[in-house]
Each structure stands twice: as C-alpha cells, then as structure tokens.
Design a binder for this molecule. Sequence first.
Ligand code: NDP
Ligand code: 2IT
Length: 455
Amino acid sequence: MALKNQYLIDLLETVKKRNPGEPEFIQAVTEVLETLQPVAEKRQDLIDAGVFERIVEPERQIMFRVPWVDDNGKVQVNRGFRVQFNSAIGPYKGGIRLHPSVYLGIIKFLGFEQVFKNSLTTLPMGGGKGGSDFDPKGKSDGEVMRFCQSFMTELCKHIGADTDVPAGDIGTGAREIGFMFGQYKRLRNEFTGVLTGKGLTYGGSLARTEATGYGLCYFTDEMLKANGSSFDGKTVVISGSGNVAIYATQKATELGAKVVTVSDSNGYIYDPDGIELALVQQIKEVERGRIKEYAERTSHKNAEYHEGSVWTLKCNAGSIKLDIALPCATQNEINEDGAKAIVANGGFAVAEGANMPSTPEAIETYLSNGLLYGPAKAANAGGVATSGLEMSQNSERLSWTFEEVDSKLHGIMKSIFKACDEAAKEYGCEGNYMAGANIAGFLKVAEAMKAQGCV
Ligand code: NDP
Ligand code: 2IT
C-alpha cells in the first residue's frame, strides 16, 4: 500500500529527517501512515488538530547510564532507555526489553506500536517502552540483580503507578521484574502497582504469564472462525521459545492443533510428532538453556535440530508442511523469502505474537496471496491487556481467580478482532486486519488528543 496522500507523504519525510539511523521506527510509522490514508481523507478535523503530527513524536525520551559491577569486580556500563510515547488515554504502559540489539530506534518503534495496541485493548493505557542493551544471557543471578537495581535507580524518577507502568518483554521475565520492583519500593518507600508481571506473592496477576500466548491464540481463533476455519487438526509453526512462544504452543495444542516447531536465536526444532512442551519449559524456564538440547533429550524419535531460522521451513527430511504460522521471537524475523516459503508450504494464516516480526515485503506477500493476517498490535495485545487487569487488581487491592482473568482476556481478544474487522469494513479495506487494527487503535487515541487540546 503506497503512500499517495500528500499531507502524509510530507509528514513521513519529517519523521525520517527527525529520526535518522532508526529504520525500525521508520518502518513502523510508514505502515501506520499508509493504512491511515482513508482516515486522513475523511477527518480534516484531526488534521486541523495536528493529531497526525503529534502522534508520531514521543512525548518524552529518557536515556541514561546504567553502571554495575560484574562478578569479577569489574565495572560494566550499559545504556538505559524509556520512551514515553503517548499518554492521551492513560498512563504510559509497555514492557522493558533487555537485549544487546537494543538502541533508541528499537525502543521508539516498540513504544509507537504500543500506543495503538493499548488503545485496542479497550483499557485506559497510554503507550511507552523501555529497555537496555544489557544481555542477561550467561549472567549470574547476582549480576542480573545488580544491573536491574542500577537500571531502576534512574528509572524510578520517571515512572509511577499513575504515570508510567513498565512490564516484561524480551529478556525481562519474573526474575528481572522482581529485582526492579524491590529496588523501586526501597527507593520510593511505596508499595504500588508500578510494574506488571509481578510475582503472585507481591501483587502479580494470575494468567499474566500465559496471557500473550493465550491471547494470540484467542485472537487467531476468532480470525479463523470468521473465515470458516479453526485450529482443530491444523499444523502450526511457531518461532521463539520464550514466554510468548511457550504459552502460544500450549493454547494452540489445547485448541486441537499440532505445533511442530520452536526456535531460539541459534536454531530451531522440527518435531513432526508435536512439540513436547514440558521439556521446552524445563530447558527454557528452569535451566535457561538452548533449544538445541530438546533434540538430545526428547523421547520423540523424529525430532530434529537445525541451525538457522525456522522461516526457511526446510529440514533434512524435506519441507515442513504447515497451515498456520505464529512468529513469536523478534522484529523482522520473516522476510519476503520466509513469507513465500510459508505460502509454498501450504500456510493460509499468519498471526504475530512478536512485535513487527514481518518485513513490509513479507506482509505484502501474505496479502497478495490471500492469507489471513493478524497483525502484532492486535494479535499480541493480550499480554498488555492482562497487565491492565493486573493494574485494576492492584488498585482495588484484590486478586481475581485464574478463570476470571482468563475469561476477561478472552473477551478482550474477541472485541479486538471485532474492532479490527469492523474498522477495515468501514474504511473500505475489508479483510485487511492490519489496516483495521491501525485505524481502530488510532481513532480512540486521536479523539482523546483532539479533546485535550494542543498538548
Ligand atoms: P523472551 O525473552 O521470553 O523470548 C524471546 C524468544 O525469542 C527467545 O526464544 C529468543 O531466543 C528469541 N529471540 C529473541 N531475539 C531474537 C533474535 N534477534 N533472533 C532470533 N531469535 C530471537 O521474550 P518474549 O517471549 O516475551 O517476547 C517475544 C516477542 O513477543 C518479542 O517481540 C516481544 O516484544 C513480543 N511480545 C511480548 C509480550 C510479553 O508479554 N512478553 C507481549 C507482546 C509482545 P534467544 O534465547 O536465543 O535470544
Ligand atoms: O509488547 C508488549 O505488549 C509487551 N511486552 C507487554 C507490555 C506490558 O505492559 O504488559
């Protein structure tokens, strides 16, 4: 979908000039502006209120030094980030990514996506994201703790339960959230719901751990049903073996599908008999090991380990036949060749657990081949939605049962699908859930920004 609207073309030029060397951020903004063309044409009032110009510029960007001492007594220095992108509909909300690839452009693209995603959840949350180029892999618990404490020593000046509420993302799980929460509480002398994804003994919500993967499958299930299909009897290819991948595997299997792959940044497992999830959990959640070990330890005789990306969809035994692809690892993991391989191997639906896992060329390939495509902002919104439910429980100082949280999550994912579907129809792009998600997510934030004046 090329940009034809001159006003939006000029705006994108400004964004490119203002954010040099940040291709992921430009990629995210380009996709959104392209799909907002029909809105710009209908809504001169939003143009007059400067909403488009304001929504692509973060409200605040914080960058800071994170010094810590490693186990050998050596000083290490990382860089910390928090991008507070938009607070029109609620406090900033979004995860913290700890990965060596993190720089400002990654955090900015994630914060931008989060604005629209959080709007789609139906809950009152603005958009933000944070992180650091710290790599938790191979670090001791003590090193991770000292890093997290140092990171929070600066971050605590900028966040709060009614201001900005971070959570997990790549490299940030229950362990890291625990260390960050402890340091926040100590520095501020406040026990508040300033972070989500907390442990169950200190204000965490049941089902938050499972929420992104479950929510992805609930969304995908709605998309499949609306198109006369379901998970039942389908073969599913999943990438990643972290939080999102694990619980997507669990729910897809529960819904009757067979998941045949999981991966990490070194390689992937192809297990035609269906992934043995308990073993993945033992290797990844307990031992923090590599996915390669699965092939050595599984009782499934046909399981194979291959180096490289799962999206080559090839293995010694030939091609991997699939029906549904659920990318759950990282940005731009599926390029045009990967998308073509999904099509060639029988895939008819792609839904994104990761943030922006498909390149623009990959998305074009899905759409031009008539695949069902569930975009990240909608499909993976279950994680942050359940974070919103954790915030509600913290505010009322009560905790809900697993079933109560899970059923609210399910309801939210259904309503997100409906919002994407209806917005796509209303703006003349029926079946294009990417356009629907961007338009529906944008409109709520845009109305709030217009109502609140030029701020
Ligand atoms: P985890 O850290 O738990 O797991 C990440 C997984 O992706 C690991 O298997 C990791 O492999 C793999 N991975 C990470 N970076 C790369 C890379 N550059 N190349 C190949 N593989 C990679 O993170 P999550 O499961 O929480 O997050 C996965 C995705 O889902 C991210 O895009 C995140 O933004 C998104 N997301 C997460 C939500 C959440 O609630 N956690 C909510 C919504 C979206 P390795 O161990 O080798 O690094
Ligand atoms: O990308 C995401 O939506 C997340 N990492 C979850 C954010 C959150 O605040 O729960």
